[in-house]
Design a binder for this molecule. Structure first.
Ligand code: ADP
Ligand code: MG
Length: 713
C-alpha cells in the first residue's frame, strides 16, 4: 500500500532534480548509493552536484623531472617507469619505482597496495604521472602518484583543468575514486535540465556580474579555462554567503519584531551615583562610546543583543557593571555569568568593592557554594532582594529563578555554548537584554558571520599608562638566563606566572610535566626568599581558590599554572608570564595568556619557551606573538594559519558546513554578500515581491537543511 502510494505521488509530481535519490543516477546501484550516503553524505542528485572538486590538476602543462621541487603543488609529467624494487623489511616494506623522462629521473614510492601496484604497472610503457612532489632524505620524490597510460588519456582531459574529488577507501573499493566520481558528475550534467532555476534576482546577477546558476554548476566541475573556473567559484561562493547572511539578518529582524524589549527609559540614581562618586578611574573614550551604544539600545524598546569585543585588559568589566546599574535603576535585576569559578569569584570581589556604599545588593553563586549560602542566594534572587547575581554555569540551572531579570552579561562568551546562553533568555517571560563579552578578538568578517545577528561594540583602546608587553622567544638553552631575570623581577617586587600546557589527549603526561616543573621551580626558587603557588584543573575548587588568593595577596611570588588562568584573572602586580612549551598553544590562547600581564604601570614581559626544533607553523605563531600586541592582528593571523574551522565558536554554530566559500579567504565577498542581503531585506523584508520568489524559496531550503540555531547565535 505504502509503496503504491509513493509511486503514485511520484507520478503526480516528479521529484525535484536536486531531491532525486542518488540511486536513480545511471551508474549508481544500491551498493554504490549506500557507500555514497555513508561515506560522503551524498543522498541526492543535489548532494552530488554540490560535491565540488577540492582541486584541479592543470593538464595543460607537462613538467620535466629536472624542474621538480618539493615546493610545487600537484604536477604532471610524462615518462616511463624503468624499474620497480621492493625495499625494506616487514612494516617498513615499500615499493620504489624509478621514473624517467628526457631530462632525468625521479623516485616514486608506494607504502600501500604494493602487490596491486606491481601487477598493474607496465614497465617501460609511456605514462602520464600526477603527484605532489615531496622530499625524503634530501631527494625529491613522489609518493603514491596517479598514473595513466598515455594511450588512455583522452584528448579532452589532456587539454583542460581536471577536477579532483574527495573520496574514501571504501568508495575506491567500489570504483568511486576521483575518476569514478568524475564519471558520475558527467552523467549528472547530462540529466541536469538546461533551464535549472535561478535563485538570485536578475538585477543582482547584473550588478555583481555573476554568471547564472546552471552555468556555474556546470563549470565548477568542467571548467574550460582558468577564468571560467574563477567565475563559477565566485558565483557559487556569493550564493552561499548571500543566503547565510540573509538567514542571519532575517533572524535578527524577526526577533526584534517578535520580542518587545523591556524599555529602560531611566538612567537614574545608581548609575549617576556610581559615575560621579564611585568610578575608580576616568573612562576611556572607547568605554564611554560603548556605554552610550548600550544605553541607546536599552532605551529603544527593542531587545538588545550585543557583542562587546575588547582586547584583554581593555576594561570590559566596568562597562558591564554600569550597564547592569541601568537595569537596576529601572527596577530590574541583572546577572553576570563567567566561565570559571576563579573568574566569578574575582568579579564578585571587584564588583562588590566598586558597589560599596551604593546600596546595590550583589551575590555570588557557583557550583561549589555551600548549601546555606546557595539557598540564601536563590531566595534573594527570587524575592528580588538580590539585585545583581554573579556566578558560573550554576546561574542557568532551573532552580535559579529571578523576580524580574532585565539584563544578562556573559563574560568570555566563547567559553559557553549557544545552548547555555540561550537558557539565560528563558529566565524571564520577556527575554532580558543580553550583552556578551569576549576578549578573543574575532576578525571582522568572521564576526559578521558568526555573530551576524548580534550588534557589535568594540573597545579599541587600552586604559592610559599601560606599557606594551615585551614578548621574547627563548629555547631551553636560555633557561638559566630566564630564571635569573625572573629573580631580578621578583627582587623588584613583581610577581611571575609560569604556565604549562594541559590538553586532554595527553592529560596524564602533561600533569606529570606540570608537577615536575613545579618541583624544579620550588628547587630553583627556594623558601624563605621565594614562595610558589600552583593551580590546575584537577584541583578541588577550594584549593584552587586558596592558592589563587595567596598569589593575589602577594604571599607567593610565582604562580605555576595551567591554562585555567587563561581567562580574566587580574593581578596587576604580576609582570612576567613564562609560557612553557609555547609551541603547543594556539595563537589566540597565547595572546589571552599574555593578557594576564601588563595590567599595572610596570614594564611587563612574556617569555615563550620552546624547544629549538619547531615546525614551520609553530615558528610563525611564536614570531607573530613577538611582533605584535594587537589582538585583532593576532586573530587575523590565527584565522589564516588555522582556518576558520578552529576559530572559537565556529564548531558549535554549524557554520563550517560551507561548501565552497572560505571565511578566512573570502572576506571581501562576505562583505558584498552581506550588503546585498541587507539591501534586499530593507526593500522587501518578507520577500513578497514576485521578483524575490526564487530567493524566498531558496532561503526556506537553506533553513530546512541547516535547522534552527535557536534564538541566539
Ligand atoms: P577585561 O576587558 O580584560 O575584562 P578588566 O575589565 O578586567 O579588563 O580591566 C582590566 C584592568 O583595567 C582592571 O584592573 C581595571 O580596573 C582597569 N581599568 C579598566 N578601565 C580602566 C580605565 N578607564 N582606566 C584605568 N584603569 C582601568
Ligand atoms: Mg574580563
Amino acid at each position: 500500500m505504502k509503496a503504491a502510494q509513493t509511486i503514485f505521488l511520484q507520478e503526480m509530481r516528479p521529484p525535484d532534480f536536486f531531491e532525486t535519490p542518488i540511486e536513480f543516477l545511471k551508474g549508481v546501484g544500491p551498493q554504490r548509493a549506500e557507500s555514497l550516503r555513508t561515506e560522503l553524505g551524498i543522498h541526492s542528485f543535489g548532494d552530488l552536484l554540490f560535491h565540488f572538486p577540492f582541486r584541479y590538476v592543470d593538464r595543460t602543462r607537462f613538467y620535466s623531472t629536472r624542474e621538480i621541487n618539493a615546493e610545487m603543488p600537484y604536477v604532471q609529467l610524462k615518462g616511463r617507469i624503468v624499474r620497480l624494487t621492493v625495499k625494506g623489511e616487514k612494516r617498513r616494506k615499500h615499493l620504489s619505482g624509478l621514473f624517467q623522462d628526457e631530462a632525468g629521473t625521479l623516485e616514486l614510492k608506494w607504502f600501500q597496495g604494493l602487490k596491486w601496484v606491481m601487477q598493474s604497472i607496465r614497465l617501460n610503457a609511456e605514462y602520464v604521472l600526477f603527484g605532489k612532489p615531496s622530499v625524503f632524505n634530501g631527494t625529491v620524490n613522489v609518493i603514491h602518484p596517479e598514473l595513466e597510460l598515455v594511450s588512455d588519456v583522452s584528448q579532452e582531459a589532456a587539454s583542460s583543468l581536471q577536477p579532483v574529488y574527495a573520496s574514501t577507501e571504501k568508495l575506491k573499493a567500489r570504483g568511486l575514486d576521483s575518476k569514478g566520481i568524475l564519471r558520475l558528475q558527467r552523467q549528472l550534467q547530462l540529466q541536469m535540465s538546461p533551464s535549472l532555476k535561478e535563485t538570485l534576482p536578475q538585477e543582482m546577477l547584473r550588478s555583481f556580474r555573476l554568471i547564472d546558476r546552471r552555468k556555474a554548476l556546470s563549470l565548477i566541475h568542467f571548467p574550460d579555462s582558468a577564468e571560467s573556473l574563477k567565475q563559477a567559484e565566485v558565483r557559487l561562493k556569493f550564493e552561499e554567503l548571500f543566503y547565510l547572511q540573509l538567514r542571519l539578518l532575517q533572524q535578527k529582524l524577526v526577533r526584534t519584531e517578535k520580542f518587545r524589549g523591556m524599555n529602560f527609559a531611566i538612567v537614574g540614581e545608581k548609575f549617576n551615583a556610581f559615575f560621579k562618586e564611585r568610578l575608580p578611574f576616568p573612562l576611556t573614550e572607547a568605554q564611554k562610546r560603548v556605554i552610550r551604544e548600550i544605553r541607546q539600545d536599552l532605551g529603544s524598546g527593542n531587545q538588545m543583543n550585543r557583542l562587546l569585543q575588547g582586547d584583554v585588559g581593555s576594561g570590559k568589566t566596568v562597562v558591564a557593571l554600569m550597564s547592569m546599574l541601568i537595569a537596576i535603576d529601572n527596577g530590574y535585576q541583572a546577572c553576570l555569568m563567567a566561565p570559571t569559578e576563579i573568574l566569578a569569584n574575582q568579579h564578585a570581589d571587584s564588583i562588590g568593592k566598586m558597589l560599596e556604599g551604593l546600596g546595590v545588593t550583589c551575590a555570588l553563586l557557583t557550583g561549589s557554594a555551600k548549601v546555606a549560602k546557595r539557598r540564601a542566594a536563590l531566595e534573594g534572587v527570587a524575592d528580588g532582594s538580590i539585585q545583581i547575581l554573579i556566578g558560573t554555569h550554576a546561574l542557568i540551572e532551573d532552580q535559579v529563578r529571578f523576580k524580574d531579570l532585565g539584563f544578562v552579561v556573559v563574560d568570555e562568551q566563547h567559553r559557553f555554548g549557544v545552548q547555555q546562553r540561550a537558557r539565560l533568555w528563558e529566565k524571564n517571560v520577556n527575554p532580558p537584554h543580553v550583552l556578551v563579552m569576549t576578549a578573543t578578538p574575532i576578525p571582522r568578517t568572521l564576526a559578521m558571520t558568526l555573530y551576524g545577528d548580534l550588534d557589535v561594540s568594540i573597545i579599541d583602546e587600552l586604559p592610559p599608562g599601560r606599557k606594551p608587553v615585551t614578548t621574547l622567544h627563548r629555547t631551553d638553552h636560555h633557561r638559566l638566563q630566564v630564571w635569573a631575570s625572573l629573580k631580578q623581577e621578583i627582587e623588584k617586587g613583581r610577581q611571575v606566572y609560569v604556565v604549562y600546557p594541559l590538553i586532554e589527549e595527553s592529560e596524564k603526561m602533561d600533569l606529570n610535566n606540570l608537577m615536575q616543573g613545579y618541583e624544579s621551580i620550588c628547587r630553583d626558587f627556594p623558601a624563605p626568599n621565594y614562595h610558589v603557588s600552583i593551580v590546575h584543573g584537577k584541583m578541588k575548587s577550594a584549593d584552587k581558590d586558596f592558592e589563587m588568593q595567596r598569589f593575589v595577596k602577594h604571599e607567593t611570588q610565582i604562580m605555576v599554572a595551567t591554562t585555567v588562568i587563561e581567562v580574566g584573572v587580574n593581578v596587576p602586580n604580576a609582570s612576567v608570564m613564562v609560557i612553557e612549551n609555547a609551541e603547543r598553544f594556539g595563537l589566540s590562547q597565547l595572546h589571552q595568556l599574555r593578557g594576564r600581564v601588563g595590567r599595572g604601570a610596570e614594564q611587563s614581559y612574556c617569555i615563550l619557551m620552546s624547544s629549538y626544533k619547531l615546525s614551520q607553523d609553530a615558528r610563525l605563531r611564536l614570531k607573530a606573538m613577538c611582533d605584535t600586541n594587537d589582538g585583532f592582528k593576532i586573530a587575523e593571523m590565527d584565522l589564516q594559519l588555522r582556518g576558520p574551522g578552529d576559530a572559537d565558536g565556529t564548531q558549535q554554530s554549524g557554520l563550517m558546513d560551507l561548501k565552497i566559500a572560505d571565511l578566512a579567504k573570502d572576506s571581501q565577498l562576505i562583505q558584498v554578500a552581506r550588503d546585498a542581503a541587507m539591501t534586499l531585506l530593507k526593500q522587501d523584508p518578507y520577500m513578497d515581491d514576485p521578483h524575490h520568489q526564487g530567493v524566498k524559496e531558496q532561503l526556506s531550503q537553506v533553513l530546512k537543511k541547516s535547522g534552527n540555531w535557536g534564538r541566539i547565535s
